[in-house]
Design a protein. Structure first.
Length: 308
């Protein structure tokens, strides 16, 4: 591979790119604004034999240490275009760095059904696909309308795949194993009444604000909900990890600046919204897992990604 030279910032504090606002420094850092820049950044890291991590909105990512020994690539590649269109539906290509909130609003304005229930979801569409983000009232996944996508493999080569490739399930896509990078996605959206889509979005946002901490520093739901087998083992009627944490007496418990939300126990809040110490977060996460295991015999698994 030829030398893929790019200009990176050294020893860069990335706390503002993490919605949990944790103090952490990357050995190297770069923001990319096009498909070419994103590919080149991945190729650069490969050429230099250094680890790298692509950040979108930073809403489902946290850190466990004060320094990341590698390259952090912040994805600002924002682009969309209509691929094809009929009277009933539209195929639209969207770049992976597109902010979810902006995409939802634009689709609603166009009368394109498929994303309105995700109003209020933070992060980027790339992160949403990677995690197969969902809304449960009613059940809707970000991946529902996906037709195909273009990926970048771990050495920077492009790869076109269909929906089946992702092996989507609850909170999961195959990318979590392959660690390939989403470049662009094609969605097929039905055309619907704009007022209907606006009504759905409004209802979804109201429910989200009512049941989840909003306008504070969190990284979303911290732990995965439990399986049917675990639910039977714990002898509970819900799969909610938040319920187990709540009933373990952990709502409102804090270590340092980090606190278990009093509104929804599966959210950890940075109460100072500042560059807080990741060691305090690690201790709180450990306490939560210990308490839940002691009470229910269940080992909670993190839904968030750790940048390590």
């Amino acid at each position: 591979m030829k030398n893929k030279q790019i200009t990176t910032k050294k020893k860069y504090n990335i706390f503002k790119h993490l919605t949990l606002r944790i103090k952490s420094q990357a050995d190297e850092y770069i923001e990319v604004f096009s498909r070419k820049e994103l590919i080149k950044a991945v190729q650069y890291a490969t050429y230099k034999h250094i680890p790298y991590y692509v950040l979108g909105g930073g809403s489902n990512t946290t850190v466990t240490q004060s320094t990341y020994s590698g390259l952090v690539i912040v994805n600002r590649y924002i682009y969309r275009e209509i691929v094809s269109e009929t009277d009933e539906e539209v195929n639209i290509r969207v770049s992976s760095g597109y902010p979810m909130s902006l995409l939802v609003s634009e689709f609603i304005e166009k009368g394109w059904e498929g994303f309105e229930y995700h109003m209020g979801l933070p992060g980027t569409i790339g992160g949403g696909i990677y995690m197969n983000s969902k809304w449960m009232h009613p059940i809707r996944y970000v991946s529902d309308c996906l037709v195909e996508a273009v990926l970048i493999d771990r050495i920077g080569n492009e790869k076109k795949v269909t929906k089946d490739y992702f092996k989507f399930s609850y909170g999961y896509s195959f990318l979590q194993q392959t660690k390939e990078i989403l470049l662009e996605i094609v969605f097929r959206l039905k055309k619907k009444s704009i007022p209907l889509l606006q009504k759905r979005a409004k209802q979804s946002l109201i429910y989200r604000k009512k049941t989840q901490p909003f306008g504070v520093s969190t990284c979303g739901c911290f732990f995965k909900n439990i399986s049917k087998i675990e639910r039977k083992k714990a002898n509970v009627e819900t799969k909610s990890a938040g319920y187990l944490i709540d009933k373990s007496g952990l709502k409102g418990v804090s270590i340092g600046n980090f606190k278990v939300s009093t509104k929804h126990a599966n959210f950890i809040v940075n109460t100072k919204s500042s560059q807080s110490d990741p060691c305090d977060l690690i201790q709180l996460v450990s306490l939560i897992k210990q308490k839940v295991k002691l009470k229910y015999g269940i080992e909670l698994k993190e839904e968030v990604e750790y940048l390590t």
